[in-house]
Design a protein. Structure first.
Lengths: 247, 271
């Protein structure tokens, strides 16, 4: 299986907005190090201005040098956007500061589709701010599943946000791959329920969403699908998700 | 009194670990099928239960494969008291004082399911159900948080651990002393540097260290500053860790990071 990381920490210098995120690049590299150790093949591991908005938009997400629909697994760490409060139609976002591939703001529900037109992405790990608001899942995320198996992210609002963490991405990575026979890989959903609450403010929720051919399949994937399972792509007829919120 | 040589053998260490699993964590191993050292871990494994600890930190892991294979909605849900009581018992047996618990919370997973009508695209959601419960304990020392220490406990049934990650490393006295000095500075005159695009939200002195799973155990006293974003759109709050001079301290490591090619740049797409 192939994976990619996209880590954006530098915003102010080239985009004039921000602030910068000091641990995004480290988070991406930690993720990469654990996935390399587990034997996954890296497809791309771009940082800062080399992560482009076009990487996440349908139509350009199959770019051979970094499109998010080329690998099987994509881990993003950088800015997202939160509302106060989010509504069913306020949108979920990835916000980069790319050298090319503008615009930098990606409205996930409007623009992102994964697994279609020969795309490969099975696991979308979006470690940003409020990229998976619970109230928005049906509008912002269900349409993205065109072969995608699972996505993880956070739900929150302007006053309850994720902190840019030096640890979260790497610990999530190793929980999904496992480390030794004594720390076996968790399912993607269970791994995010543990690691997703590292360095978040109160009331932020870690969210894991799975598609399935039918009800039982969706629930089984939410509970048990591991990155290395090699399961076939689901038809997005059903969705099952779970979340846990910081106290 | 120095340990006898035989007590320092690998075999003796693994036997001690098995005893620790039974006496401290209440684990019930069926026949042990595997005992081994791997990197900085040593562990024992029976058919369903894995128990391991780090060699370089007071860090323990328990995994029950039956618990992992179960479904959230069918999981055992004990009371907060049942969860916390077991946490306290384990900490006490490890001689960790209860006063080090900063906060204890019973986290409750929520689950939901929806179907999509293929013709109309109409989404039909089922009611929200409860999933697995986890106790999460955070840590303090002398009133200061130890941000990366935690205990996470999920129960397979009453008094039977399904999932545990206890990462509560010993903190060197000099690090604690420095953290106390930092707390004093924060309470008197210390001011963090500004960060473009961010406004200071909180300033706290405490201790950071490497996370639970990893090959390093770095520990630092630090002043943590969280900045809120001044942008209306960009979210995710940066936090920085500073020393007494206002310089950023090294990030506690978990794994050796990949080398980077200094001239590696992505090319403009050809339209």
């Amino acid at each position: 299986m192939r994976y990619s990381t996209g880590a954006v920490g530098s915003y102010m210098a080239n985009c004039g907005v921000g602030p910068d995120l000091p641990f995004s690049v480290t988070s991406g590299r930690n993720f990469q190090a654990w996935y390399n150790l587990a034997g996954f093949q890296v497809f791309s591991h771009w940082e800062n201005g080399d992560v482009w908005g076009s990487d996440f938009r349908d139509g350009t997400d199959l770019a051979g040098d970094g499109g998010s629909d080329v690998p099987d697994v994509y881990f993003y760490n950088g800015h997202g956007s939160c509302e106060n409060p989010p509504t069913a139609t306020s949108g979920d976002f990835i916000i980069v500061c790319g050298n090319f591939g503008k615009p930098d703001v990606v409205n996930i529900g409007n623009s992102s589709r994964w697994g279609n037109d020969g795309g490969n992405l099975k696991f979308a790990f979006i470690d940003a701010s409020c990229p998976m608001d619970l109230v928005e899942l049906a509008n912002s995320w269900f349409p993205c599943f065109q072969g995608l198996h699972m996505s993880v992210g956070h739900s929150g609002d302007v006053n309850h946000d994720t902190l840019n963490s030096p640890s979260r991405g790497g610990q999530f990575a190793v929980l999904t791959t496992g480390f030794s026979i004594f720390i076996p890989a968790l399912s993607v959903g269970d791994a995010w329920m543990q690691a997703g609450l590292i360095d978040v403010q109160s009331q932020v929720c870690a969210v894991a969403l799975a598609a399935g051919n039918d009800r039982d399949d969706a629930i089984d994937r939410r509970e048990h699908e591991r990155v290395a399972d090699g399961r076939s792509n689901p038809a997005p007829n059903w969705f099952a998700w779970k979340w846990v919120c910081a106290g | 009194m120095p340990e006898r040589r035989s007590e320092l053998s690998d075999e003796a260490e693994l036997e001690l670990l098995e005893e620790l699993g039974k006496k401290v964590f209440g684990l019930r191993f069926e026949a042990i099928v595997h005992r081994a050292f791997e990197r900085n871990l040593l562990g024992v494994k029976s058919q369903n239960v894995s128990f391991s600890r780090r060699l370089d930190s007071r860090t323990f892991f328990v995994r029950d494969s039956e618990y992992s294979a179960g479904f959230s909605e069918n999981s055992f849900r004990g009371t907060a008291e049942e969860h916390f009581q077991l946490c306290h018992t384990i900490l006490k047996r490890l001689q960790i004082p209860e006063s080090e618990i900063f906060k204890e919370i019973l986290m409750k997973e929520q689950t939901q399911v929806a179907s999509i009508d293929p013709g109309s695209g109409k989404v039909t959601k089922e009611p929200v159900k409860e999933g697995k419960y986890f106790a999460r304990l955070s840590r303090q020392l002398d009133g200061m948080q130890v941000w990366d220490s935690s205990m996470i406990l999920g129960l397979a049934e009453k008094d039977r651990i399904g999932y545990l990650q206890l990462h509560w490393p010993e903190i060197p006295s000099l690090v604690l002393r420095e953290a106390q000095r930092l707390a004093h500075k924060v309470s008197t005159h210390w001011k963090p540097r500004s960060q473009a695009g961010g406004a200071i939200e909180s300033i706290d002195a405490g201790i950071i260290h490497s996370p639970a799973i990893g090959f390093f155990m770095d520990i630092y006293a630090a002043i943590r500053v969280v900045y809120r974003t001044s942008s209306d759109q960009h979210r995710q709050k940066p936090m920085y860790f500073y020393d007494r001079h206002g310089e950023e301290i090294p990030i506690p490591r978990q794994i050796t990071l990949p080398e980077r090619e200094s001239d590696r740049r992505r090319r403009e797409p050809v339209s």
